[in-house]
Ligand binder design. Structure first.
Ligand code: PAF
Length: 286
C-alpha cells in the first residue's frame, strides 16, 4: 500500500527515522499526470534505494503562463493506480501553503549561474527560478540520498545539478533516458492535450533530431539548425520555437561540434496550443 503524506514535517520525520536505521532514500519529484516516463524513474529509484518517495505537486511558481497552470492535468487518483505496480513507498502530495508556508516569494531567488537564461528560460521567463525554488524546498523536506529526473527536460536537470553543486546539497542526481511513444514522441503529460492526429504526426520531432545527429559530423551547426527548423515548420500544425545545438554543461551555443566534448540538440515546438520539448545528445566524451 502506498502511503500518502500531505504534511512536510511528517514526511521529514519519517525520512530521518528511516535514514537513522541505515536505509537509503530515493526521490522522484513530479507534477502528477504520470506516464511511463515517470514510472521508469520510480522503478529505477526502487532498485537503487530502500525507501522511495514520489512527490505530486503542481508548482504554481514555475508557470509563467497562468492559463498553462489552470490547464495542467490533476489526476491524483489515476496517478496512485499507476504507481501501485512500481512499489513506490510514499506519495508526498502537499498543498501550496505546505510547500510555501511563508509565501511563494521566499526562496525564489536561487543563483542559477545564468543557465536559466537560455532556450526554455528565454521563452519562459521565471520558469527555472520556480523549478529550482520548488526542488530546493522539496529536497530540504525529503533529504533523499538520490534524486531522479528525466533527460527530456535537459535544461532542467542541468540547472538542478548546478544548484546541488552550488549549495553543496547532499544528494546525488540520477538522470534517466527519455522514454518515447512508439512513433518517437518523447513522453510528456502534455501529450494528452494533443489531438490524436497531431500526436501521431509528432514523431517528426524525434525523426528530425535523429537526422540532425546523423549529419552532425558532415554539416555545419547553422545548416543543421536551419534544416531542423525548416523541416518542423513544414508540417502543420507544428511551429518550432527553437532548435539549438548547445554545450551540455554550459548550455551555451556550440559553434563547432568537433571542438566540443558534450553537444546536445534541443528543440521546442508548438502544436495544438501545446509546447513540446525534446533533445538528443550528439556527442559526449569524458
Ligand atoms: O519536471 C517536472 O515535472 C517539474 O518541473 C518538477 C521537477 C517536478 C518541479 O516542479
Amino acid at each position: 500500500m502506498i502511503r500518502i503524506i500531505e504534511q512536510a514535517s511528517e514526511l521529514n520525520s519519517l525520512v530521518n527515522a528511516t535514514k537513522k536505521t541505515g536505509l537509503s532514500v530515493g526521490f522522484v519529484p513530479t507534477m502528477g499526470a504520470l506516464h511511463k516516463g515517470h514510472l521508469t524513474l520510480v522503478k529505477k529509484a526502487k532498485k537503487e534505494n530502500d525507501l522511495v518517495i514520489v512527490s505530486i505537486f503542481v508548482n504554481p511558481t514555475q508557470f509563467n503562463d497562468k492559463k498553462d497552470l489552470d490547464k495542467y492535468p490533476r489526476t491524483l487518483e489515476n496517478d496512485l493506480v499507476l504507481l501501485k505496480p512500481t512499489s513506490a513507498d510514499i506519495v508526498f502530495s502537499p498543498s501550496v501553503s505546505e510547500v510555501y508556508p511563508h509565501g511563494d516569494l521566499i526562496g525564489a531567488d536561487i543563483d542559477l549561474g545564468g543557465l536559466d537564461t537560455y532556450m526554455e528560460g528565454a521563452f519562459r521567463p521565471g520558469h527555472f527560478k520556480g523549478v529550482a525554488q520548488v526542488v530546493k524546498r522539496l529536497l530540504d523536506i525529503v533529504t533523499p540520498d538520490r534524486l531522479y529526473m528525466g533527460q527530456k527536460d535537459f535544461q532542467q536537470f542541468t540547472i538542478i545539478q548546478y544548484m546541488i553543486d552550488k549549495l553543496k546539497m547532499d544528494t546525488i542526481l540520477v538522470v534517466c533516458p527519455i522514454i518515447r511513444e512508439t512513433n518517437g514522441l518523447a513522453m510528456s503529460s502534455r501529450n494528452e492535450r494533443l489531438s490524436a492526429l497531431t500526436r501521431k504526426k509528432a514523431g517528426i520531432i524525434y525523426r528530425t533530431l535523429l537526422t540532425v545527429k546523423n549529419n552532425c559530423n558532415i554539416s555545419s551547426i547553422v545548416e543543421l539548425e536551419q534544416y531542423g527548423m525548416k523541416r518542423l515548420a513544414a508540417l502543420s500544425p507544428f511551429e518550432p520555437e527553437y532548435l539549438t545545438i548547445v554545450d551540455g554543461n554550459t548550455l551555451t551555443p556550440v559553434t563547432d561540434i568537433a571542438a566540443t566534448n558534450y553537444a546536445v540538440a534541443c528543440v521546442a515546438v508548438w502544436a495544438d496550443g501545446v509546447r513540446l520539448i525534446d533533445n538528443i545528445i550528439l556527442k559526449k566524451e569524458n
